[in-house]
Design a protein around this ligand. Structure first.
Ligand code: URP
Ligand code: ZN
Ligand code: ZN
Ligand code: ZN
Length: 510
């Protein structure tokens, strides 16, 4: 549309500069189709000092500006992965990808920001936060934090406020599974949801009935089923559906928004759809493994292959995958994560004799963008603009960092990818950038190749080569009260005034 300027946003602090001076890092992306969550058009994008400075056609620049030709390709906001576990101590092991290797892999796959889960140290949130900041020191891309709440007392409640007010955390995860370690009960869920709501922080749940899982595991062991298939058999979809429904109803009871992480089954997805139909604010996050894999791998005769696919909630039978894709395309589920939580063959073999000891988790940070493109856009299920919404923009909105992230607008961070819809990708452990020695997507080919990744104005991935720098990534503080909270207090006051309506009461006359 000619010289139409893709509009910026009022007071974000950066104008459209036409006088491109002699500042340090300058980059021009020419001739591509610039895609945002609700609009796309052919335009040039000019970047200066890590920020998008101008978006329009035929931008002229001097010789000192690096020019990238994107003709025939899509220029999109870098992906934001809402769900990762880097350098996490879990199930007697520590994930093999730390912040540097996991992020390098992500950048090679077109993801330019992720939100990782901080685990408290002995229930102490501040200690957990400090520990994760140290872990993240070698970051090569921007990142934010969610935090898990694993116990409840006065101090946890107080620290939640510190995390939100001073530390840039605006979401807390409650585990309804992992009995004996992270699992919380309904009393804690209620207290936690109320506290989250008061702070404007999003309550997130890992929804599986942990008592049911423990019983299911015992049932399998008693039957002599000790292999990875026992993982799927011990924690069927009914347990995920139950916990999802319970969390949704408790969130309704306290009128707090709810975010359900790693939605893996039709059972859970349908509970979310039902609640949304009744007007409740529930956000559902599918992960790549749940969208495109099925549980047949868990029956593979080779333990090292089967064990790769052990994650929780489990990857489900064929059929759940397609249903989750449909839910994503219709908006019942809103954004895609990975739950990237990698353990190598040696670590996975901790559970050789007993599936309960296999460290849970799969890879995905590098594969998410191309796989979602191939599965959702290439198959015709969603539009190119929808792709941007579910891989980037909606995550930025829900966690309140839009439009700094999740958009190609004047003033936004220059986190940008160039995707070639006509080029193909192939996934293998030999060429991936994660430190793990297996890949749950081994051998997959598809269309939609991430050819260039730009992180805060720097080209970090081009011609199949990574140019990343440890320490270049920044911690992104996420403020509370995202759009998900808009109007929540109105519903509260409506409820309160309904309680004060006079009751006309009398004795039954005989
Ligand atoms: O198997 C998984 N999902 N590992 C990571 C921890 C979690 O529950 O998200
Ligand atoms: Zn989880
Ligand atoms: Zn997770
Ligand atoms: Zn009466």
């Amino acid at each position: 549309s000619g010289s139409h300027q893709i509009s910026g946003f009022g007071d974000f602090g950066y104008g459209d500069s036409t006088d491109f001076g002699l500042s340090s890092s300058k980059l021009l992306i020419k001739g591509g189709t610039v895609v945002n969550a609700h609009h796309k058009e052919v335009a040039d994008v000019y970047i200066e000092d890590g920020i998008i400075a101008s978006i329009r056609s035929n931008i002229k620049v001097s010789d000192d500006v690096t020019v990238i030709d994107a003709t025939g390709k899509y220029v999109m906001p870098g992906g934001i992965d809402p769900h990762t576990h880097l350098a996490m101590e879990f199930m007697g092991s520590e994930t093999i990808d730390d912040f540097f290797s996991g992020q390098a892999a992500a950048l090679a796959g077109g993801t330019t920001m992720h939100i990782d889960f901080v685990l408290p140290v002995n229930g102490n949130l501040t200690a957990g936060f400090e520990k994760y900041l140290r872990k993240a020191k070698n970051s090569c891309m921007d990142y934010g934090f969610h935090m898990a709440i694993t116990k409840w007392d006065e101090n946890v409640s107080k620290e939640m406020e510190i995390m939100v007010r001073d530390k840039g955390i605006n979401s807390f995860k409650f585990f309804m599974a992992y009995k004996g370690s992270f699992m919380v009960n309904d009393e804690l869920l209620l207290q936690g949801f109320e506290r989250c709501k008061a702070l404007g922080a999003l309550a997130m749940v890992h929804a599986e009935n942990g008592d049911g899982v423990a019983a299911g595991q015992k049932r399998m062991i008693d039957l002599g089923i000790t292999g990875p298939e026992g993982h799927a058999l011990s924690r069927p979809p009914v347990l995920e559906g139950e916990a999802t429904a319970r969390a949704i109803r408790l969130a309704r009871f306290v009128n707090s928004p709810l975010y359900v992480v790693h939605v893996m089954s039709i059972d859970a997805m349908e509970e979310i759809a039902k609640a949304q139909k009744e007007g409740q604010r529930v956000i559902g996050e599918p992960v790549v493994s749940g969208l495109i894999l099925n549980d047949s791998w868990l029956w593979h005769p080779d333990f090292t292959i089967a064990a790769m696919y052990v994650m929780s909630p489990p990857i489900r039978k064929s059929g759940h995958d397609k249903a989750l894709q449909a839910a994503l395309s219709t908006g019942v589920l809103q954004l895609v994560g990975t739950d990237h939580c990698t353990f190598n063959m040696e670590q996975k073999s901790l559970g050789l004799e007993d599936f309960r000891k296999i460290p849970n988790g799969v890879n995905g940070m590098e594969e998410r963008m191309p796989l979602v493109w191939d599965t959702m856009v290439e198959s015709g299920q969603i539009s190119v603009t929808d792709f941007v919404r579910i891989t980037s923009t909606e995550c930025a909105r829900v966690f309140n960092i839009y439009p700094r992230k999740g958009a190609i607008l004047v003033g936004s961070d220059a986190d940008i990818i160039i995707l070639n819809p006509n080029a193909t990708f192939e996934i293998t452990k030999d060429s991936h950038h994660s430190r793990t020695d297996t890949n749950v997507y081994e051998g997959r080919k598809g269309k939609g190749k991430i050819e260039v990744t730009i992180s805060r104005g720097k080209v970090v991935w081009e011609n199949g080569k990574l140019k990343v720098e440890a320490g270049a990534g920044r911690y992104i503080k996420m403020p509370p009260f995202s759009y998900v909270f808009d109007g929540i207090e109105k519903a509260d006051s409506a409820y309160l005034s309904s309680l004060h309506a006079p009751v006309h009461r009398h004795r039954a006359s005989t």
